[in-house]
Design a protein around this ligand. Structure first.
Ligand code: GLN
Length: 312
């Protein structure tokens, strides 16, 4: 990397303020009622390198729920629990070009399995693959995995967001029952949904995202502890899905403008990474029409250009 951390630390607050006004073109998600309380003009970022150096700016201390960002790591846990063959017999590997909560192709395309693990249909299916005696144990294993990945033992749920989604998530319920009907989902549908809604409601901040990104940037080894948290092959799979599907139907444009693996969530978070170098956490709750953080994507584009981050 051409630019040192000192320069990044100096520039980062400037770049955040350049991107922040773009939030005005976006809208905070409200289909999960509790999410609508987030501040629309917030924007924060944390970058964390393998040497433990970090740079943060803006509203980096703001906490938000992981939402779809969690899908990358539940996929990894499902792969660790069951292996590639089993998981990918029920979830595909292709981008959709549709919205993240679309049911369209479940019906239209044979054999009726979700296109990929990062859209809702795929992530709900992945939730059914997490090992555990009951939903409680499955959710505990997921939360523990996130605690290990972030090095943050205090990580917990936002129960208000969890309840809010659980009470209003009719579309996800329809998707799940449809998958059950097609034999894609096994087990009790409501129990699978409970596991899914819970991991979407895990609270984190930009530094938690950056730390998780760093583990992916280092092929599954946490550079802070030297511990291997994820087998390299599953990191490879996760990063590939992030590149092809992580920003939903804006993944192609993001690959061109930013050129890094990334995953967005509907509460405005973006987790990204520069392979071999750093993890990146961004939050900006106002979303664009594809469901990605409006100012957050602008900031990622700006940083990538300035720091020459593209992998391609
Ligand atoms: N929990 C959200 C949902 O299922 C996650 C979606 C997202 O972050 N894009 O709708």
């Amino acid at each position: 990397l051409a630019v040192d951390m000192e320069t990044i630390r100096k520039q980062l607050p400037v770049w955040v303020e350049v991107s922040r006004p773009h939030a005005a073109h976006g809208k905070v998600a409200s289909y999960i009622p509790e999410l609508s309380k987030a501040p629309a003009d917030a924007l924060g970022v944390t970058i964390l390198t393998k040497d433990g150096e970090s740079a943060s700016a803006g509203d980096c201390g703001m906490r938000f729920t992981l939402q779809s960002i969690s899908k990358v790591f539940t996929l990894i846990l499902a792969l660790m629990d069951h292996g590639e063959d089993e998981v990918f017999s029920k979830v595909g590997m292709e981008p959709t070009g549709d919205n993240f909560n679309s049911m369209l192709k479940l019906e239209l395309v044979r054999p009726g399995i979700p296109f990929n693990p990062l859209i809702n249909a795929g992530a709900i299916t992945v939730s059914s693959f997490i090992r555990g005696r009951d939903p409680k144990e499955k959710s505990e294993r997921i939360l523990q995995f996130f605690k290990d990945l972030t090095g943050n033992p205090g990580l917990d749920y936002d129960l208000q967001v969890y309840r809010s989604e659980s009470e209003t998530g009719n579309l996800n319920r329809s998707i799940a029952y449809f998958l059950k009907e097609n034999g894609v989902l096994s087990g009790d549908v409501e129990e699978v949904l409970d596991v899914y809604f819970r991991h979407c409601a895990i609270l984190a901040d930009c530094s938690d995202l950056a730390r998780m990104g760093l583990v992916l940037a280092h092929n599954g080894v946490d550079p802070m502890t030297g511990q291997t948290l994820i087998p390299r092959r599953y990191v490879q799979i996760a990063k590939t899905f992030m590149t092809t599907c992580g920003m939903y139907n804006a993944s192609g444009e993001f690959a061109i403008q930013v050129g890094l693996p990334a995953k967005s969530g509907v509460s405005g978070g973006i987790l990204s990474l520069v392979p071999g170098y750093c993890g990146i956490g961004v939050v900006g709750p106002a979303l664009n029409d594809k469901g990605n953080s409006q100012a957050g994507v602008h900031l990622m584009e700006h940083m990538s250009r300035e720091l020459d981050w593209s992998m391609f």
